[in-house]
Design a binder for this molecule. Structure first.
Ligand SMILES: *Cc1c(COP(=O)(O)O)cnc(C)c1O
Length: 369
């Protein structure tokens, strides 16, 4: 009978139950669309800079393995990110990989991962993959940290790690810094402050690294214009980094990514100017959205804006936008607090204009159901 077992039978027998219950991270098809769904920077580099970059890539020896420690790149990142003296960095294939490395290192049977919710979905997904328990502590109705509830659940569950996306995705707000610091102080486990959107809020916990030995700060180049490179950065006490490095695969940052990131960081002013532009355009987009009837719009410290569609099915509006070639993110159904919510990435001015025009058309001229 064993030989006759169907593939379904084998899958059920071999693949872990919690993995079978997961849905793979969904990336929608976006060819030909105005793509405002994934917090990408809409700007490329000037031609001259691209030429220089290609020149730099020519000298990369593809026949050799990459520098496993990415020493040159780490040194530059320490400078650009003002990492306090004595602190160390670990690089990941995106911060997604850093989350995975941290959790694989901590995944004792029964170990808990805690985060306020709604937040970045990869904390829970990766916890599940690592066989850990995820505890989500609801944010307040205006998406602030419920500090009392957080501290209570931290005392009760004793999480191995707490993740705080700062600013938070998908809500866009920056949690009160004093509340975050209180959580760092009152947590026996690690606290990862995920600063993926640092370029758009310009506040950081980086300079507090020396104060708390359980604090780690995470950044990524993705939201600042280099999503294709896949480069995440974890900063913290060298003894944590030393442990995590045992879990990291030796050549996780390929040679082309190392060379490209080094090159990009030499031209950090270009990335900074783009971020400044996006911050200014975010305010324009916010004002225009807030002026439309039937929407609740939340202020943002990131490069995206969350809004709720009131009094009509959000799915219809999302589909109407898609029909007009505009792809944003529909968060309805992902968490009860996000019922009716959509998230739009701040694009280039002409993309924002097209999005607003399509949205106005859908909101103002399509009949209410
Ligand atoms: C997008 C995002 C990341 C993932 O970034 P990568 O470096 O591209 O893997 C991490 N944290 C938060 C909060 C994000 O929104």
């Amino acid at each position: 009978m064993f030989l006759m077992e169907s593939i379904e039978g084998k899958i059920a027998r071999l693949i872990r139950t919690e993995i079978r219950a997961l849905k793979a991270y969904h990336v929608p098809e976006a060819t030909g669309m105005v793509k405002l769904d994934a917090m990408e920077n809409p700007y490329g580099w000037p031609e001259e800079l691209k030429r220089e970059w290609c020149e730099a890539l020519k000298s990369v020896a593809l026949n050799r393995y990459p520098d496993p420690a990415a020493n040159a790149l780490r040194a530059r990142l320490k400078q650009v990110y003002s990492v306090p003296a004595g602190m160390e960095l670990m690089l990941g294939n995106g911060s997604d990989e850093l989350i995975q490395i941290i959790l694989m290192s901590l995944a004792r049977p029964g170990a808990v991962v805690l985060a306020p919710v709604p937040t970045f979905v990869m904390y829970e997904m990766t916890a599940t993959m690592a066989g850990m328990k995820f505890v989500g502590v609801p944010l307040t109705p205006d998406f602030a940290l419920d500090t009392e509830a957080m501290l209570e659940d931290i005392a009760h569950h004793k999480p191995a790690v707490v993740f705080l996306a700062w600013p938070n995705n998908p809500t866009g707000n920056l949690f009160d810094a004093a509340a975050v610091e209180e959580i760092v102080r009152r947590t026996q486990g690690l606290v990862v402050v995920d600063e993926a959107y640092h370029a758009f809020c310009q506040q950081s916990f980086m300079d507090r690294l020396g104060l708390y030995d359980n604090l780690l700060v995470m950044r990524t180049l993705s939201k600042q214009g280099l999503a294709g490179l896949r480069l995440g950065v974890l900063a913290g006490e060298p003894r944590w980094i030393e442990e995590f490095n045992k879990v990291r695969l030796p050549y996780n940052i390929n040679s082309l990514s190392q060379a490209s990131a080094e090159f990009a960081l030499k031209h950090q002013t270009v990335l900074d100017e783009q971020a400044a532009r996006i911050r200014a355009d975010r305010e324009t987009l916010y004002t225009e959205l807030a002026d439309l009837p039937g929407l609740t719009v939340w202020p943002s410290s990131a490069n995206f804006i969350l809004f709720r569609v009131e009094g009509r099915p959000v799915g219809e509006l999302f589909a109407a936008l898609k029909g007009q070639g505009i792809l944003i993110k529909n968060l309805d159904g992902s968490h009860p607090a996000l019922a009716g919510c959509l998230r739009v990435t701040v694009g280039a001015p002409e993309e924002n204009t097209r999005f607003l025009a399509a949205l106005k058309k859908a909101v103002l001229y399509s009949p209410h159901p």
